[in-house]
Each structure stands twice: as structure tokens, then as C-alpha cells.
Write a protein that binds this ligand. Structure first.
Ligand SMILES: Nc1ncnc2c1ncn2[C@@H]1O[C@H](COP(=O)(O)OP(=O)(O)OP(=O)(O)O)[C@@H](O)[C@H]1O
Ligand SMILES: [Mg+2]
Length: 438
């Protein structure tokens, strides 16, 4: 009867007259929903539900219970069943339970989808760069994100400190909660305290209503203190207390509020120097600096420049095909020392795209003047290690690397790659045989 009524409601129903049969059917087809009585001849309903949930973790399992089996139904729910209906029941009750469960699953899928989009926009996936330095950074982020530890991010301007702070949040267990960012240098000193701690009504002139501060807003989530080096000394002490005791008071209020925040701080000034000169509290420095994440300047990872350029070209092409970059222009981009790091590179690409008009190649002239003027060396600067270098081995590696890149560029076409490298095709093939593979 249930199956008939469900069919009338538009469900496609398959019946099983025993637990064994149900398990068999489940091996053959990925059903969306399973409705089962707990007491069945042969294999029990629990067994069927358990089997269904193991096989299809997203399946909606509805348990029908009779007199005296409510406890078993509760157990089934603990193990992952969506809901239960108790006998005797009206058909509409079952229908309601089914629709609710379906709606919940839809919301769950939607959440998973939105979360994935957030991960793409703000997670590790949003950070471009495959250099050794950056790969080490991703590993560090993954390791520290899992802990509740306070993190200090330092690096020159434009190296991606804010991006990394978001990626840490997005990679951590707190990702479903808020990421609250506060730029300590952007808010005038007298307002900063109220911004951080909030205030009660009448706490000071202009405090017309009680307001939550950023710390409170970040409860259970992550608080990002950007440019933490600019924080005035008296506030440094108050923040230290939040880090140590996980509690604070709103301005004008005696009542302590407990918070559970993960603090990530960023600075582009050297805090240890500021500690020595007495402009940053030493105790706060050690509290913040439990784990230090240092972002390398772009000039120390030049191999990331081409991928970053590609990334920003695609970003500003806005869905249309990205232009190519003329070789001399790319060489110049690689040679320039980028004091403003990735942000400056992004601006340069955006500018070039604006100047492009209808052309399909970015030329030297499209680059900002200071970059056009940068002297070009063939090799990006290499560190010269204390222990010296194995020159033949290194030259082999460089050759191999450039050949690999040429092959990638040409989609594996050896003749075209050889021409990019100013080699004869046969020379390229010989080198491929001789050189060590990566
Ligand atoms: N590795 C990267 N991949 C992609 N985009 C990046 C990367 N690093 C930085 N960016 C971009 O560069 C710009 C600057 O990054 P961000 O604001 O995170 O830098 P910052 O270190 O906080 O700079 P500042 O010290 O000036 O505040 C942003 O638009 C960011 O999206
Ligand atoms: Mg920043």
C-alpha cells in the first residue's frame, strides 16, 4: 500500500519482500532512499539500513518502527538513518518525513557546493605558484591549519599575506565559521579599541548603542589582525590578555566575555626589531609568533612569474581567450626585481591588458616604463651555496628544465620545441636521451 501511494506521489518505487532481497537490490542500484521496517523475517531492518548506509553514505534511510522498537530506531538514527516513523502512522506522516529528509539532503549538497566554491576562491587552491618555496609553504599551511595555534605571517608588501591568512582559515576546522579581518593601520587609534572589543551603550560620547567588536564576531572562527605592528602599545596589552585568557570586556562593561578565536596576525615590518627598539611588546611578540609563516618575495621565486602572469592574464581577459606574451616582454618580467611583489605584477598585467586593444600579444611597450628599463640577465639569480655547486650536474638540470618547459609550451611537439630553443631537432632528441629525467 505504501509503495502504491508513494508511486502516486511521483516516487519511483522498488519493493523488497525480505531483508535479503533488499540487500540484493541495493547491490544492483544506487537508490536515493530506503524505507525499511526494523523487524523483518531473516536479515533485520538494522542490517539492511546499515548495509545501505555503508554502500551509499548519502542515501536517505527511513526506519519504520513498531511497538517496543523505538530504542532500536534511535540507534539506527545514531548510525546515520535520516528519521523514523512509528507504527501505526498516516501515509502523510511518512510523506512529510521523506520530503524533510530530501530537503535536508538538498541543502547539504548545496552547502558542500558553496564550500567548494569558497575553497576555490579563498583556499589553498587560490594561491598560485609551484616553486619549491611555495610548495613548502602549502605544506606548512596544511600542517598548521589543523592546529588551534596562533600564527604570525610576515613578508614584504604584496606577497600574499592576506591570501594566506584566508587559506589557513579555509583549510582549518573553523572553515564553516567566520573569518574576521581587521587592518590595524587603517583605523585611527582612538577607534581601534572600540572596533576590536566593542562597547556598551553610553561607554563614551557617540556610543549610542551597544556594539559587538571584531573579537566577539570572530568567536569560533578566525580573527585576522593585519599590520599588527602598527597597533598602539596600550592595545597590545589588551590583545595579549585575549590571547592568554581567551576573555575580554566590552568598553564600558565590567562583564567578562569568553571567546574561542584563532588569531592569525600579519606584518610587513620586522617585529623582532620593533621589540628591540621598544615599540612592540616582547610578550605579545612571543604569543603571536608561536608559528611563523614567512612569505618569500617574488624575486626569490622567479620561476612562479610565468604562471602568475598566465593567471592574471586569464583573470583580466574575463572569459575571452588570454593574449600571448612576447618573448622579450616575458624576459623583462622575469628579470625585474618586483619590490611590490605579486600585487605589483598583477597591476602590471592589468595595465597591459588595458593597453592591448584588439591585439593578441602583450608587447614590451605594454609594460610599465620601470619594468621596460629593467636589465635582463639570462639566468634568474641563483644562490651560491657555502659548499659550492656541482656545475656539470646543474647545467644538465637547467638544460633539462628548459627543454621540459619548451615541450610543455608546444604540447610535446619536438620540432617546435627545438625551434624555441634554437636547437636542431636531432640535437634536442639526443639531449633528451642523455639528460637525467626529473
Ligand atoms: N600566490 C598568489 N597567487 C595569486 N594571487 C596572489 C598571490 N599572492 C598575492 N596575490 C594577489 O596579490 C594581491 C596582494 O595580495 P595580499 O593582499 O594577500 O598581499 P599582502 O601580503 O597582504 O600585501 P600588503 O602587505 O601590502 O598588505 C592580491 O590581489 C592577491 O590576490
Ligand atoms: Mg595585506
Amino acid at each position: 500500500m505504501i509503495s502504491e501511494r508513494l508511486s502516486e506521489q511521483g516516487f519511483e518505487v522498488t519493493e523488497a519482500d525480505s531483508g535479503e532481497r533488499a540487500v540484493e537490490l541495493l547491490t544492483e542500484f544506487a537508490f536515493d532512499i530506503v524505507v525499511s521496517d526494523l523487524r523483518l523475517p531473516g536479515i533485520s531492518g538494522q542490517q539492511v539500513i546499515e548495509d545501505a548506509l555503508t554502500r551509499y553514505p548519502g542515501i536517505i534511510a527511513i526506519v519504520v518502527t513498531g511497538y517496543g522498537t523505538v530504542k532500536d530506531a534511535v540507534d539506527a538514527i545514531k548510525r546515520g538513518a535520516a528519521d523514523f516513523v512509528a507504527k501505526p502512522f498516516q501515509f502523510d506522516e511518512l510523506l512529510h518525513v521523506l520530503h524533510t529528509a530530501l530537503e535536508q539532503r538538498r541543502l547539504k549538497n548545496e552547502n558542500a557546493y558553496l564550500r567548494q566554491q569558497l575553497d576555490e576562491r579563498f583556499g589553498l587552491g587560490a594561491i598560485i605558484g609551484r616553486s619549491t618555496r611555495m610548495r613548502a609553504l602549502y605544506q606548512l599551511i596544511e600542517t598548521v591549519a589543523a592546529t588551534p595555534t596562533t600564527i604570525l605571517i610576515d613578508g614584504e608588501t604584496g606577497t600574499g599575506k592576506e591570501m594566506v591568512a584566508r587559506a589557513i582559515h579555509q583549510t582549518s576546522a573553523r572553515r564553516g565559521q567566520r573569518f574576521v579581518a581587521l587592518n590595524c593601520s587603517a583605523i585611527p587609534e582612538p577607534l581601534l579599541e572600540a572596533e576590536l572589543f566593542g562597547h556598551v551603550r553610553g561607554a563614551f560620547t557617540g556610543a549610542i548603542a551597544t556594539r559587538q567588536g571584531r573579537i566577539e564576531q570572530a568567536d569560533k572562527g578566525t580573527l585576522f589582525l593585519d599590520e599588527v605592528g602598527t597597533m598602539p602599545m596600550p592595545l597590545q596589552m589588551k590583545i595579549l590578555r585575549v590571547l592568554q585568557e581567551r576573555e575580554f570586556e566590552r568598553i564600558g562593561d565590567g562583564k567578562s566575555i569568553k571567546v574561542d578565536v584563532r588569531v592569525v596576525a600579519a606584518t610587513n615590518s620586522d617585529l623582532s626589531t620593533m621589540v628591540r627598539s621598544g615599540t612592540f611588546r616582547e610578550d605579545l611578540y612571543y604569543r603571536l609568533n608561536v608559528i611563523q609563516v614567512t612569505l618569500p618575495p617574488l624575486r626569490e621565486r622567479k620561476e612562479d612569474i610565468p604562471v602568475l602572469v598566465q593567471h592574471f592574464l586569464a583573470k583580466y581577459a574575463n572569459g575571452s581567450a588570454s593574449p600571448l606574451v612576447a618573448q622579450d616582454a616575458m624576459r623583462r618580467l622575469m628579470a625585474y626585481p618586483w619590490p611590490g611583489n605579486v600585487r605589483q605584477l598583477e597591476n602590471a598585467v592589468e595595465r597591459a591588458m588595458a593597453l592591448l586593444g584588439g591585439r593578441s600579444t602583450v608587447e614590451m611597450n605594454d609594460l610599465p616604463p620601470e619594468i621596460q628599463a629593467a636589465p635582463v640577465t639570462v639566468m634568474p639569480s641563483l644562490d651560491f651555496p657555502e659548499a659550492g655547486v656541482d656545475l656539470p650536474g646543474m647545467v644538465d638540470q637547467i638544460e633539462r628544465d628548459l627543454i621540459d618547459r619548451a615541450l610543455v609550451r608546444t604540447g610535446g611537439n619536438k620540432a617546435a620545441a627545438a625551434s624555441l630553443l634554437r636547437l636542431k631537432r636531432t640535437t634536442l632528441v639526443e639531449k633528451l636521451k642523455r639528460l637525467p629525467a626529473h
